[in-house]
Design a protein around this ligand. Structure first.
Ligand SMILES: Nc1ncnc2c1ncn2[C@@H]1O[C@H](COP(=O)(O)OP(=O)(O)OP(=O)(O)O)[C@@H](O)[C@H]1O
Length: 506
């Protein structure tokens, strides 16, 4: 009974937690205790729209969701945003009659407008200015806009607005969830992030949002689905599990979004996406696909799932922002880690280091920790709680260096990432664009460093064009490397008709 002076039984899983707690730590509340606390604290808050009365909810708002949204509102920081850098960007839109200049230009419920103000969004970003009116007009939409340009709000804002304007569905549904909104994303961390954004947009509206993703306890996700959910954010595999178990039915889904659509439609995910979209049988389904990169094969595939869609691109498709300074170093494989060690000493802010293999991520993490850096790593072999913890520590700056495989390349929005390092170069330019896009977000400046050597051959040609297009400095040695690659490519037709593929070993 060491350390348990009251003699009260303590379950084994809590003993270590209590042993590590200092006397000044507040007592740890169980999940149920937290639920009761939040329910009491938020008991008097009623939904501000008729969505709160959907199915069995009777106006009752989920205390945990409210609390989480309030904490997220407090974290919003939008200083240093430079939208002017976007203003002269070329806009291509297949039907030109759609644009707006303020969030209030469309018919929007006051609670949603208040939420947008709480998020600190004063004006829509360029992609939002065009995408939102298209979606209000109930058109299918394919959006290609640079990393960090605000694509998430460009589909969430109109989805929530239309749901509020239309009100909840008339008929009462059976057990489980019958969502109206479905957002699919390729990684668990991105799903979590989109869910957090959706919680803010839906704050006090009564629209219930949930996230389901692999690696997390399916029981708590299942319980949430049983209580009824209106917008589901999901990774495809876990969603299909819940569909098969009858916890989710997609028959009334009206709004479908594929975030990182080119990734969702590549060889790995495409069959799952097809299965999911075939379950969305509502004939008035509205589909949005968005990404910062949209290679032609992905656009062709995407168009099979859409009807008479509008194509919107801001800036050049698949390009990156000029706000990111891209610097290349010619470093041989065996010199890379020492070079990295030196480079890190001169960098300020959060540093995200990309590698190709999971074992390189582990190895590099150990190497940097041994040299006194506060460093963590994230990749597909880590368990989900570890992945979420390291990301939290990175965001808060507790661990300012994160070594990652491409699980962290897409969509993650971490405001203080000032440097991205490609320790290993990716094999496809799309991956390069997404990786470096973790910095230089919403018009801010960022630095992207890439270590280049013979192994970088697969992207030399595309990288050269990207550097030219984004007015970056091209070192002489890279120019030579490019010339050689072009000559070799001509001889062997190397890299032409590159299949649409993904490296699964991440
Ligand atoms: N209208 C706005 N005003 C101010 N900040 C905004 C606005 N819209 C979005 N943001 C902020 O911009 C950041 C980037 O947005 P978001 O993550 O949606 O970019 P994205 O285009 O989806 O990027 P990626 O291609 O990397 O996924 C977020 O922190 C978001 O809160």
């Amino acid at each position: 009974m060491d350390g348990n002076k009251t003699g009260k039984y303590i379950p084994p899983h809590k003993r270590a937690q209590l042993a590590n707690a200092s006397p000044s730590d507040p007592p740890v509340a169980s999940k149920f205790e937290k639920f009761l606390q939040n329910r009491n604290e938020y008991a008097s808050i009623k939904a501000e729209s008729n969505w709160g009365r959907r199915d069995r909810r009777n106006g009752f708002l989920d205390g945990e969701d409210l609390k989480q949204a309030e904490q997220l509102f407090q974290q919003e920081k939008h200083e240093g945003i430079d939208f002017e850098s976007y203003e002269d960007m070329p806009v291509e839109i297949s039907e030109s009659s759609y644009s707006m200049s303020n969030f209030s230009d469309c018919q929007v419920h006051p609670t949603l407008l208040a939420n947008v103000r709480k998020m600190g969004y004063e004006n829509p970003t360029p992609v939002q200015k065009y995408a939102i009116p298209c979606l209000f007009a109930r058109r299918d939409l394919m959006v290609c806009a640079q990393t960090g340009s605000g694509k998430t709000a460009s589909y969430l804002f109109p989805m929530v607005a239309k749901m509020l304007n239309d009100g909840p569905p008339e008929q009462s549904m059976g057990r489980g969830s019958y969502p109206l909104g479905l957002i699919l994303a390729p990684t668990r961390e991105l799903s979590i992030q989109i869910h957090e954004e959706a919680l803010k947009f839906c704050y006090k509206t009564g629209i219930k949002v949930a996230v389901v993703y692999g690696g997390a306890d399916p029981r708590s996700q299942s319980r949430e689905l049983e209580r009824g959910v209106d917008i589901i954010v999901a990774t495809p595999g876990r969603l299909i599990d819940f569909i098969n178990r009858g916890k989710v039915t997609l028959s009334i889904v009206k709004y479908v979004v594929l975030d990182e659509a080119d990734r969702m439609l590549d060889m790995g995910f495409e069959p799952q996406i097809r299965t999911i979209l075939e379950s969305t049988t509502n004939p008035s389904r509205e589909t949005t696909m968005c990404s910062a990169t949209f290679p032609q094969p992905a656009q062709d595939l995407a168009s099979q799932f859409m009807k008479e869609y509008i194509f919107l691109s801001i800036g050049k498709v698949g390009s990156t922002t000029e706000n990111i300074i891209q610097t290349l170093y010619n470093v041989e494989e065996h010199d890379k880690k020492v070079f990295l060690h030196d480079k890190l000493q001169s960098l300020q802010g959060l540093v995200l280091i990309f590698v190709e293999m999971k074992r390189t991520a582990d190895y590099l993490e150990d190497y940097l920790i041994e040299r006194g850096y506060r460093c963590g790593s994230i990749h597909g072999d880590k368990d989900q709680p570890q992945r979420e913890k390291v990301l939290r520590d990175f965001k808060s700056g507790k661990v300012p260096i994160l070594v990652a495989t491409d699980v962290a390349a897409r969509g993650l929005d971490i405001p203080n990432v000032t440097n991205v390092i490609n320790f290993d170069t990716p094999n496809a330019i799309e991956d390069y664009v997404h990786r470096i896009g973790r910095t230089g977000r919403v018009g801010k400046e960022g630095l992207a460093i890439s270590f280049i050597n013979d192994k970088s051959k697969p992207i030399v040609k595309d990288l050269y064009s990207l550097l030219l297009e984004t007015k970056q400095n091209i070192p002489d040695w890279f120019d030579e490397m490019y010339q050689k690659t072009v000559i070799t490519n001509r001889r062997f037709d190397y890299g032409r008709n590159r299949p649409y593929r993904h490296n699964w070993n991440r």
